[in-house]
Design a protein around this ligand. Structure first.
Ligand SMILES: C[S@@+](CC[C@H](N)C(=O)[O-])C[C@H]1O[C@@H](n2cnc3c(N)ncnc32)[C@H](O)[C@@H]1O
Length: 395
C-alpha cells in the first residue's frame, strides 16, 4: 500500500462525490463560456493530483469528470464554439494509479477537439514537462488547475503563484488546513518547518503557531493566512474558501478558489449552490466565527455587513459586486442593493432615468455608482410615539 494510507483505488466519501459535482458543474460552465468567447484559443484543464480516475464505489475520478464536462460543453455549444481545442492534462506520481488512470481515459483519446496528456510525475516536476509538451500553456490560453493532494504537502506557494500570474488562470485547491496545523505544531523539526515555508511561500505561518490557539482556530488562521497570500498576488482579486462541513458541524476540508476575473468566482459559487445541502454535506461560511452553514441566496443576512463596509462612501457598482463575491456567499449584490435602495440606505447614481428603483440592469451597471449614507436609517415609524404605544399595547 502507498505511504498515503490509501490502496491503489479507494472508496469515495460523500464529500468527495460532492467535490466532483462541483468540479463538473464549474468546468461545464467554464468550457462553455470560454469556448464561445475565446476565439482560436485552446482551453487547458490541469489536474495536478489526478489519482487513479475511479473509486471503488464511484465510476469517475476528477479526470473523467473533467473530460465529461469538456465533451458536454462542446456538444452544447456546437456551432457557437469559437475556441480552439480542449487540452486535459493529468499529473499523477504513483505508478499503479497512473497506469489505472491511463486505462480509464483511453476511451476518450480519439475525440475530435479534445487532447489528453498524462504525466507520471510530481505536480511540481510535472508542470514544466507539461509546458514543454503543450505550447498553448505559454500562449495565454485559459487554464484551470485543480490541486487536490492528500494532506498538506506537495503544493509550494511559489508554484501556485506562477500559475496565477497569468490573467486567464484559475485554481481550485483542496487545502487541508487541519494537516497544515498538524505540520505547524511539529515544526521544531527542520523538515516540517521547511514544508511550512513552502506552503506559505515564507515564514509568516510562525506568527500563527506562536499564538497558542486551539487546533480549530489554528486551522482557520492558517486558511486566512493562505487566502491573504493569494489575494496579495498581482491582480488575483477574487478568492473564496468553501468550507466543506458535515451537517453535524465537523470540518472536512476547504476548497479554495482563486481567479483574476469576477465571473470565475460568480460561476464557482453558482456551481457550489447547486449541491444538494439536504444530504450529509454542505458549505459553511469560513468567514464566520460560528462557521454556520450558509445559503448562497439569502441577501438579508449580509445587507447590514455591506452597508457597514461602505458606510459614507460613494463607490462603483463593481466595488460592491467584488465585496459581495469575496466576503459573502452571495453570487450577486443585486438583491442586497435592492433592499438597501428600498430602505433608503443608499442613493443610486449614474443610471438611466428609465431604470426602475431596485433594479440594476446589466446594461447600466458599468456607470452606476452607489452612495451609501453615513447613518443606517431606522425603518420609518420605528421610534414614533404612536408605534411605541402600539407596540407596548401588544405586550
Ligand atoms: C486526493 S487524491 C486525488 C484524487 C483525484 N483528484 C480525484 O478527485 O479523483 C491525491 C492523488 O495525488 C497523488 N499524489 C501524491 N503526491 C503527489 C505529488 N506530489 N504530485 C502528484 N500526485 C501526487 C496520489 O497518488 C493520489 O492519487
Amino acid at each position: 500500500m502507498p505511504s498515503d494510507g490509501h490502496s491503489m483505488i479507494w472508496n469515495a466519501t460523500p464529500h468527495t462525490i460532492a467535490k466532483f459535482e462541483i468540479l463538473s458543474a464549474y468546468l461545464t460552465a467554464w468550457f462553455q463560456i470560454l469556448g464561445r468567447t475565446m476565439r482560436g484559443k485552446d482551453l487547458v484543464y490541469i489536474d495536478g493530483f489526478a489519482g487513479p480516475g475511479e473509486y471503488i464505489n464511484h465510476p469517475d475520478g476528477s479526470p473523467i469528470a473533467a473530460i465529461k464536462a469538456a465533451l458536454i460543453a462542446r456538444a452544447n455549444s456546437y456551432v457557437a464554439w469559437q475556441a480552439g481545442s480542449i487540452h486535459c492534462a493529468f499529473i499523477e506520481v504513483n505508478p499503479d494509479r497512473y497506469n489505472n488512470l491511463l486505462n480509464r481515459i483511453e476511451p476518450y483519446t480519439a475525440r475530435p477537439g479534445l487532447h489528453l496528456h498524462s504525466i507520471r510525475e510530481t505536480f511540481v516536476d510535472g508542470l514544466p514537462k507539461l509546458q514543454a509538451q503543450l505550447p498553448s500553456l505559454s500562449s495565454g490560453s485559459p487554464r484551470f488547475v485543480f490541486i487536490d493532494p492528500f494532506g498538506a504537502t506537495g503544493v509550494p506557494f511559489s508554484v501556485v503563484a506562477t500559475i496565477l500570474s497569468s490573467l486567464t488562470s484559475e485554481v481550485l485547491i483542496n487545502l487541508d488546513a487541519d494537516g497544515i496545523s498538524r505540520v505547524m505544531r511539529a515544526s521544531e523539526n527542520a523538515a516540517n518547518a521547511a514544508t511550512m515555508d513552502g506552503i506559505f511561500g515564507d515564514n509568516s505561518w510562525r506568527s500563527i503557531r506562536d499564538r497558542g490557539l486551539s487546533f480549530r482556530d489554528e486551522s482557520r488562521a492558517a486558511l486566512a493566512l493562505y487566502q491573504s497570500k493569494l489575494r496579495a498576488l498581482p491582480d488575483v482579486n477574487y478568492t473564496f474558501p468553501f468550507e466543506m462541513r458535515s451537517q453535524n458541524g465537523s470540518l472536512n476540508y476547504f476548497l479554495v478558489f482563486a481567479s483574476q476575473h469576477y465571473l470565475g468566482l460568480e460561476k464557482m459559487k453558482e456551481a457550489m449552490s447547486r449541491i444538494d445541502c439536504s444530504g450529509a454535506y454542505c458549505f459553511s461560511d469560513a468567514h464566520s466565527e460560528e462557521s454556520r452553514l450558509f445559503s448562497f441566496d439569502n441577501p438579508e443576512d449580509y445587507v447590514r455587513q455591506i452597508f457597514d463596509a461602505f458606510r459614507g462612501q460613494a463607490v462603483p457598482y463593481a466595488a460592491v459586486r467584488d465585496y459581495a463575491l469575496n466576503e459573502t456567499p452571495l453570487t450577486s449584490p443585486k438583491k442586497m442593493l435592492k433592499q438597501l435602495e428600498d430602505e433608503h440606505q443608499v442613493d443610486v447614481r449614474g443610471a438611466d432615468l428609465g431604470r426602475s428603483r431596485g433594479t440594476f440592469p446589466d446594461t447600466q451597471i458599468a456607470r452606476i455608482e452607489i452612495a451609501f449614507h453615513e447613518e443606517w436609517a431606522k425603518p420609518p415609524g420605528e421610534d414614533s410615539p404612536l408605534m411605541r404605544s402600539l407596540f407596548e399595547g401588544l405586550m
